[in-house]
Ligand binder design. Structure first.
Ligand code: GLU
Length: 400
């Protein structure tokens, strides 16, 4: 349509959101669908957080706030960074936005000029490259396959850096693979960045609290204090506190960048929802004990899904360190035909046939930049996961 912008023609709708919506629509139409597409915890937001939101409404905290967050929330965020990550930030180094998405987007919009490159290890979360394109930059994706456990290596990072590189987007534990970088692995990457002072690092730590088997979460500015002045440490309450719909994300970094992000926000959305900000204060300052339960449930589900998927013919499913995703490889299924007659030529046809023939919704790997794979979000009940994996096994066995 000629009325629409050229920018729009460079991007595509979010595949994670599209699959989630499709599964919801099919369910609403009465179909027997198990949704493993949506990347959101199935747990309810803890009661004390909901109570804080209700108290905010009753207390009349319903007006505009400072554009990039109330002082109380910025203080809680500074305390969180000190307590959990050993990072010292002042409130004027903190930005709060409408979800992690807005934070990342603001940061890219206020730093990228045409020709600026952003290194994105693949598999990546679907929105990174498109956000870079929307901001006028050039995404440089670096394939990091199953052989390197879906992780970026120092050699690959070094080779991808050019004089035009502005950012590396780093995400551990990763969406879509769940892969987490150890301190040693991350230090090897930050050592490379220390040699390239023009490159900044945007660390998306959204899955920080969802790590298993005693895996130690670390973030770049903590591992290499020499990068503190060129790191934007991003996080949010969505995944850890089961607060996806509240839309509160945040980041800490150099004052000039934080100020620029506030400028973008002041001319686009203004402050994130006031009530949700008060809920986030309680999430960060309140009891953290339920996180242990959340983690235990996710670890149990990860084990269940990894074991059942590896038992499906043609599928190889690595066991990740964190998040609530697995990213199985389906090489062994390609070139076959499903029971319903669909030729499985790639991961998109696999996911489509799986949904149509078994009612299991997953996100195809090409949306995340590494194929042939699919992403499973196992943030759903053990019973639903067992049923879904049984259907996947039956589907794979039916391929001829
Ligand atoms: N981050 C989640 C996912 O990957 C939520 C949907 C989205 O924003 O992409 O599924």
């Amino acid at each position: 349509m000629p009325f629409l912008s050229d920018t729009l023609s460079r991007i595509k709708p979010s595949a994670t959101i599209a699959v989630t919506n499709m599964a919801a629509e099919m369910k609403a139409a009465g179909k027997d669908v198990i949704g493993l597409g949506a990347g959101e915890p199935d747990f309810d937001t803890p009661q004390h957080i909901k109570d804080a939101a209700k108290a905010a409404i009753d207390g009349g905290k319903t007006k505009y706030t400072a554009v990039d967050g109330i002082p109380e929330l910025k203080k809680a965020i500074c305390a969180k960074f000190a307590r959990e990550n050993g990072l010292t930030y002042a409130p004027n180094q903190v930005s709060v936005g409408t979800g992690g998405k807005q934070i990342l987007y603001n940061a890219l919009v206020c730093t990228l000029n045409p020709g600026d490159e952003v290194i994105i290890p693949a598999p990546y979360w679907v929105s990174y490259p498109d956000m870079v394109l929307l901001a006028g930059g050039t995404p440089v994706t670096v394939p990091c396959g199953i052989e390197s456990h879906f992780k970026l290596t120092p050699e690959k990072l070094d080779a991808a850096i050019t004089p035009n590189t502005k950012w590396l987007i780093f995400n551990s534990p990763s969406n879509p693979t769940g892969a987490g970088y150890t301190r040693t692995e991350l230090k090897a990457l930050t050592d490379v960045l220390m040699k390239h002072p023009h490159v900044w690092i945007m660390s998306d730590d959204m899955y920080e609290h969802l790590v298993f088997d005693d895996f130690e979460f670390v973030t770049p500015a903590q591992v290499e204090p020499g990068l503190y002045d060129r790191t934007l440490t991003c996080n949010g309450v969505s995944k850890a506190y089961a607060m996806t719909g509240w839309r509160i994300g945040y980041a800490a970094g150099p004052v000039a960048l934080i100020k620029a992000m506030a400028t973008i926000q002041s001319q686009s959305t203004s402050n994130p929802n006031t009530i949700a900000q008060w809920a986030a204060v309680e999430a960060l300052n309140g009891p953290q004990d339920f996180l242990v339960e959340f983690r235990a449930a996710f670890q149990r589900r990860r084990n269940l899904v990894v074991e059942m998927l590896n038992a499906a013919p043609g599928i190889t499913c690595p066991k990740p360190e964190g998040a609530f995703y697995v990213y199985p490889d389906i090489s062994g299924c390609l070139g076959k035909t499903s029971g319903g007659g669909t030729a499985i030529t790639d991961d998109e046809s696999f996911a489509k046939a799986l949904l149509e023939e078994t009612g299991v919704a997953v996100v195809f790997g090409s949306a995340f930049g590494i194929s042939p794979n699919f992403r499973v979000s196992y943030a759903t009940s053990d019973a639903a996961l067992t049923e879904a994996c049984t259907r996947i096994q039956t589907f794979c066995r039916s391929l001829t």
